[in-house]
Design a protein around this ligand. Structure first.
Ligand code: GLP
Length: 242
């Protein structure tokens, strides 16, 4: 793990956007694994800025998002489909047919998860996987568990995750289930970039970096990946001792 600490979330956004920009310039048909949440927004803003200022295209890029809520129409303002279009895709020249999500409303969730995993594999796997982290160290929606997960699957969200994300659901109750890429799937990305900002992430970051590798701290598995960059602001890094 390479750990980089910055003063502000905005500086992290600039630095991570630079990595994605270089990736797409060097490999125009890159396969990108993308994340939702507040954390990646400065990165997405700066990718858009670079796109507007640069001479490169996303037309051949494929994206796969980590997760999606169940029982939430994709047109809902809180679906990750809508989030990604609003925060990133609508401002790029990416093709709609190249952006991919798990369908949280699929009748047969097992078949849907298999379809998604097969598609990622057929695309050649993910070049860079962007991650945020939950307050309980979840990645994607892989909540603390007894075992590390494999491919995509349906998860029951923990109370900690519901409490952290329900602020966005002002009218309707927050979904209690989601489809998410599994840990093994995330770990098969060639490079992984995890961003954490703010004091609420400090304990998860300490456990992820300095604690044992355990499925009770899902992000701790990243210690076993050989190309991981961790971008932290000073608050998220504040409990690290090394
Ligand atoms: C959700 C997403 C995660 C994300 C996490 C943290 O649970 N499924 O991918 O990392 O929220 O969100 P935030 O960046 O808003 O703190």
């Amino acid at each position: 793990m390479i750990i980089k600490t910055f003063k502000t979330a905005e500086e992290i956004g600039v630095a991570v956007a630079e990595i994605f920009t270089k990736q797409v310039k060097n490999k125009p048909d890159s396969v990108l694994g993308l994340a939702t949440g507040a954390t990646p927004i400065p990165t997405y803003n700066n990718i858009i800025k670079n796109f507007n200022e640069g001479d490169f295209s996303f037309k051949a890029v494929k994206t796969y998002n980590l997760d999606e809520y169940c029982n939430l129409p994709k047109e809902d303002k809180n679906s990750y489909y809508t989030f990604m279009h609003k925060q990133l895709f609508d401002s790029l020249d990416i093709l709609e047919e190249n952006v991919h999500f798990l369908d949280g409303n699929a009748a047969d969730t097992e078949a849907e998860c298999k379809r998604y995993d097969d598609e990622i594999n057929a695309a050649g796997g993910i070049d860079i996987q962007l991650l945020g982290i939950g307050n309980n160290a979840h990645i994607g929606f892989n909540e603390p568990a007894d075992e590390f997960t494999n491919g995509s699957f349906k998860i029951t969200l923990t109370q900690s995750t519901i409490d952290a994300n329900k602020i966005y659901f002002d009218e309707n109750p927050m979904p209690t289930h989601a489809l998410t890429m599994g840990i093994k799937q995330i770990m098969s990305a060639k490079q992984i970039i995890l961003i954490a900002t703010g004091p609420k992430k400090a304990e998860a970051i300490k456990n992820m970096i300095e604690g044992p590798v355990t499925p009770q701290v899902p992000a701790s598995i990243l210690q076993e990946h050989d190309d991981v960059l961790i971008f932290l602001d000073e608050d998220a890094a504040s409990l690290l001792t090394k």
